[in-house]
Design a protein around this ligand. Structure first.
Ligand SMILES: Nc1ncnc2c1ncn2[C@@H]1O[C@H](COP(=O)(O)OP(=O)(O)OP(=O)(O)O)[C@@H](O)[C@H]1O
Length: 247
């Protein structure tokens, strides 16, 4: 049974098509990447999946209850007046948890992303990578069944980005949540996902679906392996067919 399905969804803004029609299903525990040229509707698709926006046409069907969805955006959107611990605890407190146990849980979540020492720091004291890890801890604290990441690493340097991708995979293995990962970077998409959905230029439709038949978390040397290189080549070929050059 799929966690979530989009059936023939289309989104238009002011009558201008922005996405679709698009069909998509997300199975429990799987990792899905959405790639496509700028403006094709990737973020729109993610907002539909999150239920933050309704489709103009088509339907969203979700089999999600409880702490269903965690989301991390390109900028970490932390509350500047709260320290890391309080930022991470916020979803629990907003859903009615008591401050002390929520704070304890937040500290454990920060330790999981390697930030045990940073619990009392405020956002302006954090590096970009640290802030992103705080946002990740916050998204995962309620143990969602589905984690949505919208270009979360785009602003980070290459090494930090790779370390964070491994960290997300480790957390995903631990929590068994499904992941939808939006990226501009075709290699990052193949690194993170079991299936890469290549969207066309806007309004984005499915151009191709490329499987990455390899275990997660990725083993050492994965980027030199045949499944990875083959998937990247297939995604690039689909992109060459379906993406118009930006005007
Ligand atoms: N709230 C909105 N009102 C009007 N138009 C919008 C709105 N949100 C998005 N759009 C338009 O819809 C299209 C898809 O936008 P979206 O942000 O989903 O694309 P994207 O693939 O995520 O882009 P990028 O990779 O550049 O982040 C774009 O043409 C954008 O201008």
């Amino acid at each position: 049974m799929a966690l979530l399905r989009l059936r023939g969804v289309e989104v238009a803004y002011g009558g201008r098509p922005a996405l679709g029609p698009l069909d998509l299903s997300i199975q429990p525990g799987e990792s899905l990447a959405l790639v496509g040229p700028s403006g094709c509707g990737k973020s729109t698709a993610l907002r539909l999946i999150a239920g933050l926006e309704a489709p103009t046409r088509g339907a969203r069907e979700a089999d999600l209850t409880g702490p269903a969805i965690g989301m991390v955006f390109q900028s970490p959107t932390l509350a500047p007046w709260l320290d890391a611990r309080a930022n991470v605890a916020l979803p629990l407190i907003l859903s009615g948890a008591a401050r002390r146990p929520a704070g304890d849980q937040a500290e454990a979540a920060l330790a999981q992303v390697g930030l045990a020492q940073a619990a009392r720091l405020h956002p302006h004291q954090l590096s970009g990578g640290m802030a992103m890890r705080v946002a990740l801890a916050r998204a995962l604290i309620a143990r969602p069944r589905l984690l949505l990441l919208d270009e979360p690493f785009a602003a980070l340097d290459g090494l930090t980005r790779r370390a964070l991708m491994d960290q997300v995979q480790a957390l995903q293995a631990e929590t068994a949540c499904a992941l939808v990962f939006v990226s501009h970077d075709l290699e990052d998409a193949c690194y993170m996902a079991d299936r890469v959905l290549v969207l066309t230029s806007g309004p984005g439709r499915l151009q191709a679906e490329v499987a990455v038949p390899a275990p997660r978390p990725r083993p050492d040397g994965f980027r030199g392996s045949e499944p990875f290189l083959g998937a990247v080549a297939a995604v690039e070929a689909a992109a060459r067919q379906g993406w118009r050059a930006a005007p």
